[in-house]
Design a protein around this ligand. Structure first.
Ligand code: SPV
Ligand code: MG
Length: 442
């Protein structure tokens, strides 16, 4: 049965909401609205929410089902951006209801625009007092601190890919770095910025263990690192699977990663003793044939148990001097074999060849998300990546690389001074470290 939005006599009340976790604060606001007229909830879509904070715990459809069934809500419409003016112009409601918490802080300009536009047709903005102690951000944080499940975490990457323009991933190599990715957050203008997930790098996982990045750290040990990180985080993880090993071994790796709740694995099209890509052609690395690597991808896809796990194919043609055409041919073949994403490697100082690849890639009929690691072309900005159609950026080694020089410096200062007094100013207060740890000063 279709409900009509507006009849002649009834006053229309527009009430924007995210409702990730419904609480009595929402009910208070709805109650204010229903006394004024017919309540239309403008339910923020996942995309609209992801623009300024973390992707919601529940999907739009789940949230819609909840809000539709709340007494006092007459209608739910999709609020597709975090800007209210366009939908207000369309609906021309008599009232706009919003908790008074937006009078200060990052939402003030948005509020001014709403007041101005409502005035143009004589509409009123009603601002019920914010219900203390109901911040959904706070409630969500409490839930997050309780942890997640492999299933929930595993699915998260696909949901984020569906909702965000660019997925931002940072390297981790132990529990503490996992906590940094989990907790780091800045407010920039109207936006809360954070990392969407973690990259378990083979380079930094090896180096953190004092070993070279040549496969010396076996998969069981890498599994232990994943476990350590998953115990203290909830965000999704993409794992660096090196070349995935033999297809038979790769099939097992896929199942193990799914069971743990890893969202995606990246495997590279190389064979033989592994050497880090950033050595380029100097390291005597051999590329796999298109046929063999495509076969490995399809074996992995067949082994997969869940729908959400992703196998991302990493193309080394540009690094190994095989040229653009080879890179593009491989991308087509790997997508055909079932790859859920393409990671194009480059060790150039500028992003030119990545952008050239992206330009041709845009013309493909069948496309999957494009992934880059700007380790050498580090001056590239996220804005430029988005402009070129790149969907995932992985900052692949930055936590380890920034921590290491600081640690060496501290070691030397202690030796130099014959004591640790001087090193104090190089160290963060122990109390600050403890706030990173769940169950500490959280
Ligand atoms: C890693 O982080 O281990 C990678 C990315 O494979 S890179 O080192 O940039 O090749
Ligand atoms: Mg690696």
């Amino acid at each position: 049965m279709k409900k009509k939005i507006k009849t002649k006599k009834e006053k229309i009340v527009y009430l924007p909401m995210a409702v990730d976790l419904i609480h009595h604060g929402h009910i208070n606001v709805i109650n204010v609205g229903r006394k004024l007229g017919k309540v239309i909830v403008g339910l923020l879509t996942d995309k609209a929410i992801a623009k300024y904070k973390r992707v919601p715990l529940s999907t739009y459809e789940e949230r819609k089902r909840i809000i539709e069934n709340i007494v006092g809500v007459d209608h739910v419409v999709a609020q597709t951006t975090d800007e209210y003016v366009p939908i207000l112009k369309k609906l021309k409601p008599d009232y706009f209801v919003h908790g008074d918490d937006w009078k200060t802080g990052v939402q003030t300009e948005k509020r001014n625009r709403v007041i101005a536009i409502m005035k143009t047709w004589g509409g009123k903005v009603v601002e019920p007092a914010y219900t203390e102690g109901t911040s959904s951000t706070r409630l969500i944080e409490n839930i997050i601190n309780q942890g997640t499940t492999p299933e929930k975490r595993g699915k998260m990457l696909k949901r984020i890919l569906d909702t965000k323009k660019l997925v931002r991933i940072l390297e981790v190599h132990n529990g503490l770095t996992g906590r940094i990715v989990e907790k780091s957050k800045i407010i920039k203008g109207p936006e809360t910025k954070e990392f969407d997930g973690m990259w378990l790098s083979s380079l930094t996982d090896s180096v953190a263990k004092g070993k070279p990045d040549n496969g010396s750290v076996d998969f069981t040990s890498r599994q232990n690192t994943i476990d350590q990180i998953f115990e203290v985080t909830t965000k999704p993880m993409i794992l660096d699977g090196d070349n995935g090993g033999f297809p038979e071994h790769f099939a097992l790796m896929v199942k193990t990663l799914e069971r743990l709740g890893v969202s995606a694995v990246i495997i590279e099209d190389k064979v033989g003793l592994k050497a880090n890509s950033l050595f380029g052609a100097d390291a005597n690395q051999t590329q796999d044939s298109i046929e063999e690597f495509s076969h490995k991808i399809s074996v992995g896809k067949k082994a997969q148990v869940t729908n959400h796990f992703m196998i991302i194919a990493r193309i080394e043609s540009l690094v190994l001097g095989k040229g653009m055409k080879d890179a593009l041919d491989r991308a087509k073949a790997y997508i055909k074999a079932g790859a859920d994403g393409i990671f194009i490697s480059s060790k150039e100082k500028t992003p030119d060849e990545i952008f050239a690849f992206a330009k041709e890639y845009k013309k493909f009929k069948t496309k999957v998300p494009l992934v880059v690691v700007p380790s050498t072309y580090s001056s590239v900005t996220e804005e430029e990546l988005v402009k070129h159609g790149i969907k995932v950026v992985i900052y692949a080694n930055h936590l380890l690389r920034s921590a290491y020089p600081a640690m060496v410096k501290t070691a030397e200062v202690i030796l130099e001074n014959g004591g640790c007094g001087e090193s104090e100013k190089l160290c963060m207060p122990i109390k600050d470290i403890l706030t990173l740890i769940p169950g500490g000063n959280d």
